[in-house]
Write a protein that binds this ligand. Structure first.
Ligand code: B1M
Length: 211
Protein backbone atom coordinates (compact mmCIF):
# COMPACT_ATOMS: atom_id res chain seq x y z
CA UNK A 1 0.00 0.00 0.00
CA UNK A 2 1.20 3.51 -0.86
CA UNK A 3 2.93 5.33 1.97
CA UNK A 4 2.65 8.80 0.42
CA UNK A 5 -0.04 9.89 2.88
CA UNK A 6 2.31 9.01 5.74
CA UNK A 7 5.05 11.12 4.13
CA UNK A 8 2.58 14.00 3.78
CA UNK A 9 1.50 13.83 7.42
CA UNK A 10 5.01 13.46 8.81
CA UNK A 11 6.34 16.44 6.81
CA UNK A 12 3.28 18.57 7.56
CA UNK A 13 3.58 17.85 11.29
CA UNK A 14 7.35 18.46 11.20
CA UNK A 15 8.36 14.99 12.40
CA UNK A 16 12.03 15.68 11.69
CA UNK A 17 13.35 12.40 13.08
CA UNK A 18 10.66 10.20 11.52
CA UNK A 19 10.55 11.59 7.97
CA UNK A 20 13.73 9.93 6.59
CA UNK A 21 12.53 6.48 7.72
CA UNK A 22 9.02 7.02 6.36
CA UNK A 23 10.40 8.20 2.99
CA UNK A 24 12.67 5.14 2.87
CA UNK A 25 9.67 2.93 3.67
CA UNK A 26 7.71 4.59 0.84
CA UNK A 27 10.58 3.90 -1.59
CA UNK A 28 10.80 0.30 -0.34
CA UNK A 29 7.04 -0.06 -0.80
CA UNK A 30 7.46 0.88 -4.46
CA UNK A 31 6.13 4.45 -4.41
CA UNK A 32 7.46 6.59 -7.27
CA UNK A 33 10.16 8.99 -5.93
CA UNK A 34 8.79 11.91 -7.99
CA UNK A 35 5.33 11.26 -6.55
CA UNK A 36 6.73 11.04 -3.00
CA UNK A 37 8.25 14.47 -3.61
CA UNK A 38 5.26 16.12 -5.30
CA UNK A 39 2.29 14.48 -3.59
CA UNK A 40 3.92 13.82 -0.22
CA UNK A 41 6.42 16.56 0.55
CA UNK A 42 5.60 19.57 -1.64
CA UNK A 43 1.86 19.22 -0.96
CA UNK A 44 2.66 19.05 2.76
CA UNK A 45 4.59 22.33 2.49
CA UNK A 46 1.64 23.89 0.63
CA UNK A 47 -0.61 22.84 3.48
CA UNK A 48 1.88 24.27 5.99
CA UNK A 49 1.87 27.56 4.02
CA UNK A 50 -1.93 27.64 3.98
CA UNK A 51 -2.07 27.06 7.75
CA UNK A 52 0.47 29.84 8.25
CA UNK A 53 -1.68 32.19 6.15
CA UNK A 54 -4.70 31.53 8.33
CA UNK A 55 -2.77 31.96 11.57
CA UNK A 56 -3.14 28.31 12.55
CA UNK A 57 0.62 27.87 12.77
CA UNK A 58 3.58 30.26 13.05
CA UNK A 59 7.15 30.66 11.74
CA UNK A 60 8.70 28.03 14.09
CA UNK A 61 6.31 25.36 12.76
CA UNK A 62 7.13 26.36 9.16
CA UNK A 63 10.81 26.05 9.99
CA UNK A 64 10.40 22.60 11.54
CA UNK A 65 8.36 21.39 8.55
CA UNK A 66 11.15 22.70 6.28
CA UNK A 67 13.71 20.75 8.31
CA UNK A 68 11.57 17.63 8.08
CA UNK A 69 11.29 18.02 4.31
CA UNK A 70 15.05 18.43 3.96
CA UNK A 71 15.61 15.13 5.76
CA UNK A 72 13.22 13.45 3.34
CA UNK A 73 14.82 15.03 0.27
CA UNK A 74 18.22 13.69 1.40
CA UNK A 75 16.79 10.17 1.31
CA UNK A 76 15.09 10.76 -2.06
CA UNK A 77 18.06 12.44 -3.73
CA UNK A 78 19.82 9.32 -5.05
CA UNK A 79 16.48 8.14 -6.48
CA UNK A 80 15.71 11.42 -8.27
CA UNK A 81 19.13 12.45 -9.46
CA UNK A 82 21.29 10.40 -11.78
CA UNK A 83 23.43 12.26 -14.29
CA UNK A 84 26.93 12.54 -15.70
CA UNK A 85 28.22 15.26 -13.37
CA UNK A 86 29.53 18.43 -14.94
CA UNK A 87 29.38 17.39 -18.59
CA UNK A 88 26.66 19.87 -19.57
CA UNK A 89 28.46 22.94 -18.16
CA UNK A 90 28.37 25.18 -15.11
CA UNK A 91 25.31 26.68 -13.42
CA UNK A 92 25.41 29.26 -10.64
CA UNK A 93 22.33 29.23 -8.44
CA UNK A 94 21.09 31.14 -5.42
CA UNK A 95 18.10 32.61 -3.62
CA UNK A 96 18.09 36.39 -3.98
CA UNK A 97 18.92 38.97 -1.29
CA UNK A 98 16.42 39.22 1.54
CA UNK A 99 15.00 35.75 0.93
CA UNK A 100 15.82 32.76 3.15
CA UNK A 101 13.74 30.08 1.41
CA UNK A 102 15.96 27.36 0.02
CA UNK A 103 14.00 24.12 -0.39
CA UNK A 104 12.78 24.91 -3.91
CA UNK A 105 16.18 26.30 -4.88
CA UNK A 106 17.85 23.14 -3.56
CA UNK A 107 15.46 20.97 -5.60
CA UNK A 108 16.20 23.00 -8.72
CA UNK A 109 19.95 22.65 -8.03
CA UNK A 110 19.54 18.91 -7.54
CA UNK A 111 17.57 18.39 -10.77
CA UNK A 112 19.94 20.60 -12.77
CA UNK A 113 22.87 18.65 -11.37
CA UNK A 114 21.19 15.41 -12.33
CA UNK A 115 20.78 16.80 -15.86
CA UNK A 116 24.59 16.75 -16.04
CA UNK A 117 25.55 20.27 -14.95
CA UNK A 118 28.11 21.31 -12.37
CA UNK A 119 26.20 23.46 -9.89
CA UNK A 120 27.73 26.22 -7.80
CA UNK A 121 25.20 26.97 -5.06
CA UNK A 122 25.59 30.41 -3.50
CA UNK A 123 22.94 29.68 -0.87
CA UNK A 124 20.23 32.05 0.34
CA UNK A 125 20.04 35.83 0.80
CA UNK A 126 22.53 36.30 -2.02
CA UNK A 127 23.31 39.93 -2.90
CA UNK A 128 23.43 40.75 -6.62
CA UNK A 129 27.16 41.52 -6.33
CA UNK A 130 27.80 37.94 -5.20
CA UNK A 131 26.08 36.54 -8.31
CA UNK A 132 28.26 38.83 -10.47
CA UNK A 133 31.47 37.90 -8.62
CA UNK A 134 30.65 34.20 -8.94
CA UNK A 135 30.25 34.45 -12.72
CA UNK A 136 33.44 36.50 -13.00
CA UNK A 137 35.28 33.85 -11.00
CA UNK A 138 33.79 31.14 -13.24
CA UNK A 139 33.93 32.53 -16.79
CA UNK A 140 32.77 29.20 -18.21
CA UNK A 141 29.38 29.58 -16.48
CA UNK A 142 26.51 28.85 -18.86
CA UNK A 143 23.51 29.68 -16.69
CA UNK A 144 22.72 31.86 -13.69
CA UNK A 145 19.62 30.62 -11.86
CA UNK A 146 17.88 32.86 -9.34
CA UNK A 147 15.11 31.85 -6.97
CA UNK A 148 12.69 34.14 -5.09
CA UNK A 149 9.85 32.93 -2.86
CA UNK A 150 8.43 36.15 -1.49
CA UNK A 151 6.48 38.89 -3.22
CA UNK A 152 8.68 41.24 -1.18
CA UNK A 153 11.86 39.84 -2.77
CA UNK A 154 10.60 40.10 -6.35
CA UNK A 155 12.23 43.57 -6.55
CA UNK A 156 15.46 41.97 -5.35
CA UNK A 157 15.20 39.43 -8.19
CA UNK A 158 14.59 42.30 -10.60
CA UNK A 159 17.72 44.12 -9.35
CA UNK A 160 19.79 40.95 -9.58
CA UNK A 161 18.75 40.30 -13.19
CA UNK A 162 19.32 43.98 -14.03
CA UNK A 163 22.86 43.76 -12.64
CA UNK A 164 23.55 40.63 -14.68
CA UNK A 165 22.05 42.26 -17.78
CA UNK A 166 24.50 45.14 -17.40
CA UNK A 167 27.55 42.92 -16.80
CA UNK A 168 30.20 42.53 -19.50
CA UNK A 169 29.72 38.74 -19.50
CA UNK A 170 25.96 38.98 -20.26
CA UNK A 171 26.14 37.55 -23.78
CA UNK A 172 27.94 34.45 -22.46
CA UNK A 173 25.31 33.42 -19.91
CA UNK A 174 21.59 32.69 -19.79
CA UNK A 175 19.51 33.84 -16.84
CA UNK A 176 16.81 31.59 -15.42
CA UNK A 177 14.36 32.68 -12.74
CA UNK A 178 11.68 30.96 -10.69
CA UNK A 179 9.90 30.63 -7.38
CA UNK A 180 6.27 30.62 -6.28
CA UNK A 181 5.40 34.31 -6.91
CA UNK A 182 7.29 34.53 -10.22
CA UNK A 183 5.46 34.40 -13.54
CA UNK A 184 6.50 34.29 -17.18
CA UNK A 185 5.24 37.84 -17.51
CA UNK A 186 7.45 39.04 -14.64
CA UNK A 187 10.44 37.16 -16.03
CA UNK A 188 9.92 38.89 -19.40
CA UNK A 189 9.48 42.26 -17.74
CA UNK A 190 12.78 42.02 -15.83
CA UNK A 191 14.74 40.70 -18.81
CA UNK A 192 15.42 37.11 -17.77
CA UNK A 193 15.96 34.52 -20.50
CA UNK A 194 13.71 31.87 -19.01
CA UNK A 195 11.12 31.19 -16.34
CA UNK A 196 10.10 27.72 -15.25
CA UNK A 197 7.47 26.67 -12.78
CA UNK A 198 9.25 23.78 -11.05
CA UNK A 199 12.52 21.94 -10.60
CA UNK A 200 11.97 19.33 -13.30
CA UNK A 201 11.11 21.92 -15.95
CA UNK A 202 14.06 24.06 -14.79
CA UNK A 203 16.43 21.17 -15.51
CA UNK A 204 14.84 20.61 -18.93
CA UNK A 205 15.07 24.30 -19.78
CA UNK A 206 18.70 24.46 -18.59
CA UNK A 207 19.55 21.69 -21.06
CA UNK A 208 17.88 23.61 -23.90
CA UNK A 209 19.58 26.89 -22.99
CA UNK A 210 23.03 25.34 -22.71
CA UNK A 211 22.76 23.37 -25.96
CO1 B1M B 1 7.97 31.27 4.29
N1 B1M B 1 6.61 32.07 3.18
N2 B1M B 1 8.32 32.99 5.16
N3 B1M B 1 9.23 30.31 5.40
N4 B1M B 1 7.27 29.70 3.55
C1 B1M B 1 6.01 31.23 2.14
C2 B1M B 1 6.77 31.36 0.84
C3 B1M B 1 4.53 31.81 2.08
C4 B1M B 1 3.86 31.61 0.72
C5 B1M B 1 3.69 31.19 3.22
C6 B1M B 1 2.29 31.75 3.26
O1 B1M B 1 2.07 32.82 3.77
N5 B1M B 1 1.33 31.02 2.72
C7 B1M B 1 4.78 33.31 2.46
C8 B1M B 1 5.08 34.25 1.27
C9 B1M B 1 3.92 35.15 0.96
C10 B1M B 1 4.24 36.03 -0.18
O2 B1M B 1 5.29 36.58 -0.31
N6 B1M B 1 3.28 36.14 -1.05
C11 B1M B 1 5.97 33.20 3.39
C12 B1M B 1 6.32 34.17 4.36
C13 B1M B 1 5.36 35.33 4.50
C14 B1M B 1 7.48 34.09 5.14
C15 B1M B 1 7.99 35.10 6.18
C16 B1M B 1 7.89 36.58 5.75
C17 B1M B 1 7.23 34.83 7.49
C18 B1M B 1 7.53 35.77 8.61
O3 B1M B 1 8.63 35.86 9.09
N7 B1M B 1 6.51 36.48 9.03
C19 B1M B 1 9.45 34.66 6.36
C20 B1M B 1 10.43 35.37 5.39
C21 B1M B 1 11.86 35.02 5.69
C22 B1M B 1 12.77 35.48 4.55
O4 B1M B 1 12.93 34.75 3.59
N8 B1M B 1 13.31 36.67 4.68
C23 B1M B 1 9.36 33.21 6.01
C24 B1M B 1 10.18 32.24 6.54
C25 B1M B 1 10.09 30.90 6.28
C26 B1M B 1 10.95 29.84 7.00
C27 B1M B 1 12.38 30.28 7.20
C28 B1M B 1 10.30 29.57 8.35
C29 B1M B 1 10.73 28.59 6.07
C30 B1M B 1 11.83 28.41 4.99
C31 B1M B 1 12.89 27.43 5.40
C32 B1M B 1 13.78 27.06 4.25
O5 B1M B 1 13.49 27.24 3.08
N9 B1M B 1 14.93 26.54 4.61
C33 B1M B 1 9.45 28.96 5.33
C34 B1M B 1 8.64 28.03 4.63
C35 B1M B 1 8.98 26.57 4.85
C36 B1M B 1 7.58 28.42 3.78
C37 B1M B 1 6.58 27.53 3.00
C38 B1M B 1 5.59 26.95 4.02
C39 B1M B 1 7.17 26.40 2.20
C40 B1M B 1 8.24 26.84 1.20
C41 B1M B 1 8.79 25.61 0.52
O6 B1M B 1 9.86 25.16 0.83
N10 B1M B 1 7.97 25.01 -0.38
C42 B1M B 1 5.92 28.58 2.01
C43 B1M B 1 4.51 28.20 1.60
C44 B1M B 1 4.48 27.43 0.30
O7 B1M B 1 5.40 27.41 -0.47
N11 B1M B 1 3.39 26.85 -0.02
C45 B1M B 1 6.29 29.87 2.63
C46 B1M B 1 8.32 23.77 -1.05
C47 B1M B 1 9.22 24.06 -2.25
C48 B1M B 1 9.57 22.77 -2.97
O8 B1M B 1 8.49 24.89 -3.12
O9 B1M B 1 10.07 26.83 -2.78
O10 B1M B 1 7.93 27.07 -4.16
P1 B1M B 1 9.09 26.25 -3.71
O11 B1M B 1 9.89 25.77 -4.99
C49 B1M B 1 9.24 25.26 -6.12
C50 B1M B 1 8.91 26.30 -7.20
O12 B1M B 1 8.64 27.57 -6.68
C51 B1M B 1 10.07 26.22 -8.13
O13 B1M B 1 10.54 24.87 -8.04
C52 B1M B 1 10.20 24.31 -6.76
C53 B1M B 1 9.44 22.98 -6.93
O14 B1M B 1 9.92 22.16 -7.86
N12 B1M B 1 11.24 27.09 -7.98
C54 B1M B 1 11.99 27.42 -9.06
C55 B1M B 1 11.80 27.63 -6.90
N13 B1M B 1 12.91 28.31 -7.24
C56 B1M B 1 13.04 28.20 -8.58
C57 B1M B 1 14.03 28.68 -9.45
C58 B1M B 1 13.91 28.37 -10.82
C59 B1M B 1 12.84 27.62 -11.29
C60 B1M B 1 11.87 27.12 -10.43
O15 B1M B 1 14.79 28.78 -11.77
C61 B1M B 1 15.97 29.42 -11.36
Amino acid sequence: MSKINEVFEAVEKGKVKLVPGIVQAAIDAGDDPQEILNEGMIKAMDSVGAKFSTGEIFVPEMLIAARAMKGGVDVLKPHLAAGAAGAAGKVIIGTVAGDLHDIGKNLVAMMIESAGFEVIDLGVDVPKEKFIEAVEANPDTKIVACSALLTTTMPSLKETVAAINEASFRSNVKVMVGGAPITQEFADEIGADAYTVDAASAAKKAKELAA
